[in-house]
Ligand binder design. Structure first.
Ligand SMILES: Cc1ncc(C[n+]2csc(CCOP(=O)(O)OP(=O)(O)O)c2C)c(N)n1
Ligand SMILES: [Mg+2]
Length: 315
């Protein structure tokens, strides 16, 4: 969680210094959700998410250097600099993106779960999306298919209470988004997304159930984003007060787990400081190395854009 927090500070620095083009959406404040959840999955379980994707990719094993290089559009980037922050992807780590169209990746997540069922596999697909995305029509077409065909997929709503600058209460007829599963006869619940240990525990229980029953599940994880919607969101006063933000920061997921570890004598203040310094050094180095990675060859613009999908070609 700390590595991700510090990585995001460095990715924001890259954007501010003009080293990262396009869009940049950081996960700051929401760390306990992805990290708690992904710590409970099995290796090989497909994971798919929207554009707030740096943490998911890194936790699944993608090297922060390749992630940062991608954010900077460099040849060492995971998509060789063609995708940027929103389009991380690593089949090797069962990470299927990184998608910029709100709600657009949810049918793809259901397709991954269909693939598992078709092949008789044991994997569970973890499909993350935001509270705003929960309003997209395609989510409900996807949920219907998942429930009808009994597909092993968990719909994980990362409810950070905002869709860009629109508050949850202004965009959702019923702000309890998990209840929307009821129309499809799916199990559902809302959980706390700021305490990493409770996310991990809830995730284990839910994932075990989905893996056993092969029935989809909707879980709404309540968290809060501390940063702006994207790096270009400079006036948050249009949609939230400083006071609200300060209140949310009282449950900073990193501070919560630090307190827990100190209270339970898992770590000392001194050790914690050493971990912090080590991570800061690591991410500083990631930034420096990524900024030195060569820009892609102009020819790269044509590679991997179209694909010949004929099976005899081995795809
Ligand atoms: C189909 C579509 N409509 C609009 C947008 C512009 N847009 C980008 S992010 C966003 C809000 C999404 O909010 P949420 O799903 O809650 O995700 P969060 O940013 O909070 O993680 C919108 C409307 C888009 N990318 N795609
Ligand atoms: Mg949101």
């Amino acid at each position: 969680m700390l590595r991700l927090r510090v990585f995001e500070d460095q990715s924001t620095r890259a954007y501010r210094q003009g080293l990262a083009g396009g869009y940049l959406h950081v996960y700051t404040g929401m760390e306990a959700t992805a990290i708690g959840w992904l710590s409970s999955i099995e290796k090989g379980d497909p994971v798919i998410t929207a554009y707030r994707d740096h943490g998911h990719a890194m936790y699944l094993g993608c090297d922060p250097f390749n992630v940062m290089a991608e954010i900077m559009g460099r040849s060492d980037g995971m998509s060789r600099g063609k995708g940027g922050s929103m389009h991380l992807y690593s089949k090797e780590h069962s990470f299927y993106g990184g998608w910029g169209i709100v709600g657009g990746h949810i049918p793809i997540g259901v397709g991954l779960a269909f693939g598992t069922k078709y092949k008789g596999g044991k994997e569970v697909t973890h499909c993350f999306y935001g509270d705003g995305a929960a309003n997209a029509g395609v989510v409900y077409e996807s949920m219907n298919m998942a429930a009808l065909w009994e597909l092993p997929v968990v719909f994980i709503i990362e409810n950070n209470e905002f869709a860009m600058g629109t508050r949850l209460e202004y965009h959702a007829a019923d702000p309890e988004l998990h209840k929307r599963a009821e129309g499809f006869g799916m199990d559902h619940e809302r959980i706390d997304g700021m305490d990493v240990l409770s996310v991990r525990k809830d995730a284990k229980r839910i994932i075990d159930k989905v893996r056993k029953t092969h029935r989809p599940y909707v879980v709404e994880v309540m968290n809060y984003r501390f940063a702006g919607h994207g790096a270009a969101d400079n006036d948050q006063s249009l949609y939230r007060t400083e006071k609200e933000l300060e209140k949310a920061k009282k449950r900073d997921p990193i501070e919560l787990i630090e307190q827990y570890m100190l209270e339970h004598r898992v770590i000392t203040d001194k050790e914690l400081e050493a971990v912090r310094l080590e991570i800061e050094g690591e991410m500083e180095d990631v930034f420096d190395r990524a900024s030195k990675s060569p820009k892609p060859d102009p020819e790269e613009v044509y590679s991997d854009v179209y694909s010949d999908m004929l099976p005899e070609k081995g795809h």
